[in-house]
Design a protein around this ligand. Structure first.
Ligand code: ZNH
Length: 130
C-alpha cells in the first residue's frame, strides 16, 4: 500500500519500531542478545529490512500468506522459539509507529487493514508451535 511504502522509506522498522518495542516491553530484548540494540544500529536496520521484506512477500501473496511465510513460520517456531505473545506486542508497536508518523493517512480503514493484516501474519508465524 502507499502507507506501507512510506513507512518503509521512512525507515521506521530500523529505528522507531524496535525502540518502542524494547522500551515498552523490555522482555522482547532477550531474543536479541547478539544484537547492538541502540536505535538505528546496523543490526536493527538489517533486521528491520528483513522483517519488512517478509511483510512485503506476504502482501504480494495475499491469497496464500501461509505458503509465502512457511519457512519463516518454521524458523520462529522450531529454531528461534519466540513466545507468540511477542507477535502481538510487535504488531502493536508497528501500528502505533505508523499511526504517529502518518496521522493523516492513518484512517479508520487503514487502521483496520493493518490490524487485520498483522494479525494474520502473526497467526501464520505462530501456527507451527507445539
Ligand atoms: Zn522475527 C528473524 C520476520 C516477529 C525474533 N524474523 C527474522 C527474519 C525475518 C523475520 C524475515 C530473518 C530470517 C532469516 O534471516 O532467514 N519476525 C518476522 C516477522 C514478524 C517477526 C514478519 C512479525 C510480524 N521475530 C518476531 C518477534 C520476535 C522475533 C515478535 C521476538 C520478539 N526474528 C526474531 C529473531 C530473529 C528473527 C531473534 C533472528 C535474528 C538474527 O539475525 O539472529
Amino acid at each position: 500500500s502507499a502507507l506501507g511504502a512510506r513507512a518503509r522509506s521512512a525507515c521506521l522498522t530500523g529505528g522507531p519500531v524496535p525502540r518502542r518495542l524494547f522500551a515498552s516491553y523490555p522482555q522482547t530484548k532477550t531474543y536479541f542478545p547478539h544484537f547492538d540494540l541502540h536505535p538505528g544500529s546496523a543490526h536493527l536496520r538489517t533486521h528491520g529490512a528483513k522483517v519488512v521484506a517478509a511483510l512485503g512477500d506476504a502482501v504480494k501473496s495475499i491469497d496464500n500468506i501461509s505458503g509465502a511465510l512457511a519457512k519463516l513460520s518454521e524458523l520462529h517456531a522450531y529454531v528461534l522459539r519466540v513466545d507468540p505473545v511477542n507477535f502481538k506486542l510487535l504488531s502493536h508497536c508497528l501500528l502505533v509507529t505508523v499511526a504517529s508518523h502518518f496521522p493523516a493517512d492513518f484512517t479508520a480503514d487503514a487502521h483496520t487493514a493493518w490490524d487485520k493484516f498483522l494479525s494474520i501474519v502473526s497467526c501464520i508465524l505462530t501456527e507451527k508451535y507445539r
